[in-house]
Design a protein around this ligand. Structure first.
Ligand code: SF4
Length: 356
């Protein structure tokens, strides 16, 4: 194994900043061997890079959680079909349009529709909802996060007006993937979907949990290398949080510190990527929002789902959906951002190929 010497980690961080390629063992060193001072150096550079690309504005996306039904059985997820403790709901098209109208009135320019793979919200239904949103809001960005679908379905979503798609790869290691998902699901299929989404011209988001059961630092290195190949426009990383009624209910949550470290590394590798300060981070840590942004994140996704269903979209325990996580409290969000020198940016916040 390559040996690392005093000061070499600073050189590695600088190499990332300069967009130089680094080796697999270098990624491992950055994930495992940074001293507190080196971590602070990394964080500072990552936050400077985010600022030089996006200024002090933080993009906001209005998140509507459209269904808590899911046909899948991912071991970590509170919405898994076998979870008898999960509370189920699905929104109607009219309810979703109402959420969008509310978001529009608040100044949001991106609507995100996220849900489990609900057989009743099939491809045709989703396409119809997207078309209706597009007709009513021709200028807004529409982001979908409704799981693995066929190429034809993705094409129909795109042609109806969807611009962006979020689908975390979760882990690049197939063996690790098989420990997080039942045998009917495969990492390969997930990666094919991501490739298809890219080819179809979606601004595509991927990412992974940090600290998921059985995850090692080597897995995270593989994840970063996969992201380098995919080159997604959006990257979501949040700590694993256990969900009651799932096989991982008693597992320990992921580390906030490691999540922030990965956010900073990703910011340096993907300077223009749209990286959210995730709700999972805020759920585990009182000032997770601020920490995420100061680590290099530049997006927040306040929840605009109807109040009576918000608690039911429980992908993990104690998920935050009120306070600054709520679309209705943008003034609180802005206040918190102001304290750390940022503000809400109400723009669409598309991925910009022309930014350096
Ligand atoms: S992670 Fe997604 S696909 Fe898996 S059970 Fe949860 S909602 Fe369904």
């Amino acid at each position: 194994m390559k040996k690392y010497f005093l000061g070499e980690n600073y050189a590695l961080i600088d190499a990332l900043y300069e967009q130089k390629q680094i080796e697999q063992s270098d990624w491992f060193a950055l994930l495992t061997m940074l001293t507190p001072d080196e971590k602070e150096y990394l964080r500072k550079i990552a936050s400077d890079v985010a600022k030089s690309n996006f200024g002090n504005g933080i993009y906001i996306r209005a998140l509507t959680e459209i269904s808590s039904y899911c046909k899948n059985n991912c071991f970590y997820c509170g919405l898994r079909t076998s979870n008898s403790l999960a509370e189920r709901y699905r929104l109607t098209k009219e309810e979703i349009l109402d959420c969008c109208s509310e978001g529009d009135a608040m100044g949001f320019n991106t609507f995100v529709l996220q849900g489990g793979e609900d057989p009743k919200q099939n491809d045709e239904w989703i396409t119809d909802v997207v078309r209706s949103i597009r007709e009513k809001f021709p200028e807004k960005a529409i982001t979908l996060s409704v799981g693995e679908r066929s190429k034809e379905a993705y094409m129909a979503f795109r042609d109806a007006g969807a611009n962006r798609y979020l689908l975390r790869h979760e882990t690049r290691c197939d063996e690790h993937y098989s420990r997080l998902h039942p045998a009917v699901m495969s990492g390969e299929k997930r990666r094919e979907c991501l490739q298809t989404l890219k080819e179809l011209g979606f601004q595509t988001g991927s990412g992974m949990m940090i600290g998921s059961p059985f995850q090692t630092m080597e897995h995270i290195v593989e994840d970063i290398m996969f992201l380098e190949q995919l080159n997604p426009e959006m990257i979501g990383v949040g700590p694993f949080i256990p969900a009651q009624g799932t096989p991982f209910a008693k597992y320990v949550a992921g580390s906030v510190e490691n999540t922030l470290l990965v956010v900073s590394l990703l910011r340096l590798r993907f300077p223009k990527a749209l990286i959210p300060a995730t709700t999972a981070l805020s759920t585990l840590c009182e000032n997770g929002l601020e920490k995420g942004i100061l680590a290099g994140a530049n997006v927040v996704m306040p929840n605009i789902s109807p109040a009576n269903v918000r608690k039911k979209y429980s992908i993990y325990d104690n998920k935050k959906s009120y306070g600054t996580e709520s679309a209705q409290q943008l003034h609180l969000l802005d206040k918190r951002l102001n304290v750390i020198g940022y503000h809400i940016d109400y723009g669409r916040g598309d991925y910009d190929n022309n930014k350096k």
